[in-house]
Design a protein around this ligand. Structure first.
Ligand code: SF4
Length: 253
C-alpha cells in the first residue's frame, strides 16, 4: 500500500505526450476492454442509467431481469407499470428514481425522435448532449456515456475512477469537477471515439484493480512509474469525489 500525501501541490501540467503514455501503458497492461458490455444501443442507455451509484455486477442482474421481462425495448419501458419496472431493477439500487429515469428517457426518445436512434444521433454532438441533459435524472456522466457508447461520438466520460487517478497523479486538482477533468482530456487526447472509449474503460479497470479509494495498490500498478516523486496525492476531502455509496460499491466489486 502506498503512503499518500495530505498536501495538495499545484497540478502537474498535463501534455498530449503524458496522456498518450498513460493510455498506451494501460492498453498494453490490460488489453482492449471491448466496452460497452451490452447487446443493443438501448441496453447501453439502460446500463448507463442503472450504473449510477452502484457496482456493475448489480447492473448486470437488473438488466438480465429487464430482458427476461421483455422490457429492453423503449416502448415496453414506456408502457410498463412503474411498479413492474421498479421491481425488475431493484438490485441496481435507487430503483424508484432509476425507474422514473428509464421512463423519462423512453418518453423523450419516443416523443422527440419517434424511437429512432438514427434521428437522435444524427444531431450535432452539442445539441444531442443538451437534449439528453434535459431528461430528468440525466447528469453529465450518463449523457456522455450515451453519446460515446451508444452514439459513437468522440466525447470523454468522466467518473469517480478517472478523477481519482488523475488527481492522485497531480494531473488535475483534487477538487476538479466534471467539466474541468473532461476539458483536460479533450485538450490533450485526440478526439477519436475509439480512443475515448478505450481510455475510459482502462481507467475504470485501473481504479477497480489498483487505485482503490482507501488503499491504492501502487506497487503493482502499471501507472506507478508516472506517479509524482512524492507519491500519490491525497488532499483532505478529496475522496469527496467518491461519496460513501460509491466507496461501498467499489469495495464490493
Ligand atoms: S493509478 Fe496506480 S500508481 Fe497511480 S495512485 Fe492509483 S494505484 Fe497508485
Amino acid at each position: 500500500m502506498e503512503t499518500m500525501r495530505a498536501i495538495a501541490p499545484e497540478p502537474r501540467p498535463a501534455t498530449s505526450e503524458t496522456l498518450a503514455t498513460y493510455y498506451g501503458t494501460l492498453l498494453q497492461h490490460f488489453g482492449p476492454q471491448h466496452w460497452w458490455p451490452a447487446r443493443t444501443r438501448l441496453e447501453v442507455i439502460v446500463g448507463a442509467i442503472l450504473t449510477q451509484n452502484t457496482s456493475w455486477r448489480n447492473v448486470e442482474v437488473a438488466v438480465a431481469r429487464l430482458r427476461r421481462a421483455g422490457l429492453l425495448q423503449h416502448r415496453a419501458l414506456l408502457n410498463a407499470p412503474l411498479s413492474r419496472l421498479e421491481s425488475c431493477i431493484r438490485p441496481a439500487g435507487y430503483y424508484r428514481q432509476k425507474a422514473r429515469t428509464l421512463k423519462a428517457f423512453a418518453s423523450f426518445f419516443e416523443d422527440q425522435f419517434g424511437g429512432s436512434f438514427h434521428r437522435l444521433f444524427h444531431l450535432p454532438m452539442g445539441e444531442c448532449r443538451a437534449r439528453l441533459l434535459s431528461i430528468k435524472g440525466f447528469g453529465p456522466e450518463t449523457a456522455d456515456s450515451v453519446l460515446l457508447y451508444a452514439g459513437k461520438f468522440p466525447i470523454f466520460v468522466v467518473d469517480a475512477y478517472t478523477r481519482r487517478i488523475l488527481s492522485r497523479h497531480g494531473l488535475v486538482p483534487p477538487d476538479a469537477d466534471y467539466a474541468t477533468t473532461q476539458a483536460m482530456v479533450h485538450q490533450h487526447l485526440k478526439p477519436e471515439t475509439k480512443v475515448y472509449n478505450e481510455f475510459h474503460a482502462l481507467l475504470v479497470e485501473t481504479g477497480k484493480t489498483y487505485c482503490r479509494p482507501q488503499q491504492p495498490r501502487c506497487s503493482s500498478c502499471p501507472l506507478r512509474p508516472f506517479l509524482p516523486v512524492a507519491g500519490p496525492v491525497l488532499v483532505a476531502g478529496s475522496l469527496a469525489n467518491s461519496p460513501a455509496w460509491a466507496l461501498a460499491a467499489e469495495e464490493a466489486e
